[in-house]
Design a protein around this ligand. Structure first.
Ligand code: ZN
Length: 258
């Protein structure tokens, strides 16, 4: 072992800052020769006998933490109890951050200067993080709509396509409120109200034809005490007929001009 090796071993045992290898080319070469580099994340995970980045088997990302596994697991437990603890950790890793953001009480903006790659991982848990990604892609938008029942609300307007909106509305009719006017087709409206008739309120100026079609659609569940005057403004004669055909008791709700 030459002098450089000895010195490095000494330094590494005294510091958790492995950037010290950047000091000179000679050290760097020795370190790389004596290191294990993760093929997935390119982190130097081990130098000599010093383990730098470790991974818990339960993590979805490799090499989530700088430190030993026992401490890492304890930190995870603490974060689980109180995600704000993340601010007390010297070198926050994506593994720890992902645990915190899965907890609903986590104040999202608590940790600043997050690597953009982290947000991409975070989208799996919360579509809200799309807003922090500088150049989102259409496939990210498709993913968040597929992963989350109301993900459509976070999709930027220029990425909303008819297909994407329809996929979202099929998952949950209430997201019709996030569908731009130009995509509010008859098909879209019908799919939404089949989930719940009260989503009729999210259809912009529904036509007489659409309302009659909804009232006549067996797949639309109409509960007996459905307070339709709240949703159907200025009903026409044909709408009254459709209401009567669907459920005669609805006619009891006819309002009369004074
Ligand atoms: Zn790795």
């Amino acid at each position: 072992m030459d002098l450089n090796d000895d010195m490095l071993n000494l330094i590494l045992s005294k510091t958790d800052n492995y950037y010290c290898i950047g000091v000179c080319k000679q050290w760097y070469d020795i370190i790389i020769k004596n290191s294990i580099i993760c093929e997935t994340c390119n982190k130097i995970v081990k130098m000599y006998d010093t383990v730098l980045w470790i991974t818990d088997d339960n993590d979805i990302v490799c090499h989530g933490y700088y430190g030993d596994i026992k401490k890492y697991k304890t930190l995870k437990k603490i974060i689980f109890r109180d995600p704000r603890f993340l601010t007390k950790i010297k070198r926050v890793s994506i593994g720890l951050w992902l645990i915190a953001i899965k907890i609903s009480s986590f104040p999202y903006d608590l940790i600043k200067n997050i690597n953009e790659k982290w947000y991409t991982h975070a989208l799996k848990y919360n579509p809200k993080y799309l807003q922090y990604i500088k150049n989102p892609t259409y496939s990210m938008c498709v993913d968040i709509v597929n992963n989350c029942f109301d993900g459509l609300q976070y999709v930027p307007e220029n990425f909303k396509s008819y297909e994407l909106c329809l996929t979202a509305v099929k998952k949950n009719g209430s997201v019709l409120k996030y569908v731009p006017d130009q995509f509010q087709s008859k098909e879209m409206g019908l799919v939404a109200v089949r989930d719940n008739i009260s989503y009729l309120r999210y259809i912009n100026n529904p036509s007489e034809e659409l309302i009659i079609e909804i009232l006549s659609d067996d797949k639309v569940h109409m509960f007996r005490n459905f307070n339709w005057p709240e949703y159907i403004k200025n009903p026409t004669e044909d709408i009254y007929i459709a209401l009567y055909n669907r459920e005669p008791v609805y006619l009891d709700l006819i309002g009369y001009e004074q």
